[in-house]
Design a protein around this ligand. Sequence first.
Ligand code: ADP
Ligand code: ARG
Length: 349
Amino acid sequence: MTMIWDGQTFPEFKQNCSSLLSRYLSKDLFNNLKNKKTLHGFTLFQAINSGVVNQDSHIGVYAGDAESYDLFSPLLNPIIDEYHGFSLASTHTSDFNSSAPSVPNPDPNGQYILSTRIRVGRNIDGMPLGPAINRDQRIEVESRIARTLDSLSGDLSGTYFPLLGMDEIVQNRLISDHFLFKNGDRFLEAVGLNRDWPEGRGIFHNQQKTFLVWVNEEDQLRIISMQKGGDISAVFNRLIRAVKKLEETLPFLFHSRLGYLSSCPTNLGTAMRASVHIQLLKLGSKKSEFEDIADRYSLQIRGIHGEHSESEGGVFDVSNRKRLGITEIEAIRDLYDGVVALIKKEATL
Ligand code: ADP
Ligand code: ARG
């Protein structure tokens, strides 16, 4: 799948490549943008290399810093618009700080939902995003985050475990138990997000592993709340509490129009992915019916080990697909309504 590209000439996209990059990058656009560089030195070549060398990308582009979203907007805006259904004239609004909605458990008898997880991506204001960050800046980001995490108390208090020097068995266990990110993602590799790996990366978690923070993976912070079962409100409330606490110390990068900024355009706005691990033994094998319901409720279906993984034992990771142009509460609603519809359908089969 991986190919070599010199970055100077208009990239070749294969016939079966259907990424948003391949659809929106015209020769004119390429020529207009190819010599532009942000103040942090991020170029068009870096923004699109992942989608050029990984032709099975769905999106294919990343940003290196806040300025990338303006400098490369002729390419990024239509991609953002199509992914989130977010019109260029719109402005993202966040209601993360209002009180959480009380969403009932969509599976009160615990028949289908194994666990619920909600995460948000965040990056530090004043720093480039991961694709353009340098080694010293990354280490500085890690120590600022670790210091802040260290000051948490009550059920949010826990321990930061750097990836550097982590026992391989412990690391693999955290990954297979769905707590930690994997190594060596080829999409991140091609945008330079894996430079200096594993230095500067790590995971924080409380004792129960219901509150976790990934440090310096695709985003500088992935703030995660998760627990067994389908109590979406409990998971969301814990996340809100944690994020509010962290932002007392850490200034998060926020764009007046695009909301919270992330290195990947799919994670703008709320930067929130609310998911359930749900067992759909019957509907799961009826691909088109399953996908129809997912599309109707703007849900994304992933495998049991997250993105780019397969389902096992009829268990799927189902989450909100849109993150920008909707509020956090609307994203939770998308998940809730969609999961209710999936369970209803499963029960009739
Ligand atoms: P992200 O959620 O940050 O976009 P991934 O799709 O790679 O990234 O998922 C990260 C990890 O979280 C994976 O191990 C995945 O299985 C796990 N995960 C996602 N949703 C749930 C859930 N509802 N319950 C338990 N684990 C989950
Ligand atoms: N760059 C990859 C693609 O275009 C992943 C996009 C979304 N996922 C993510 N982890 N940001 O398919």
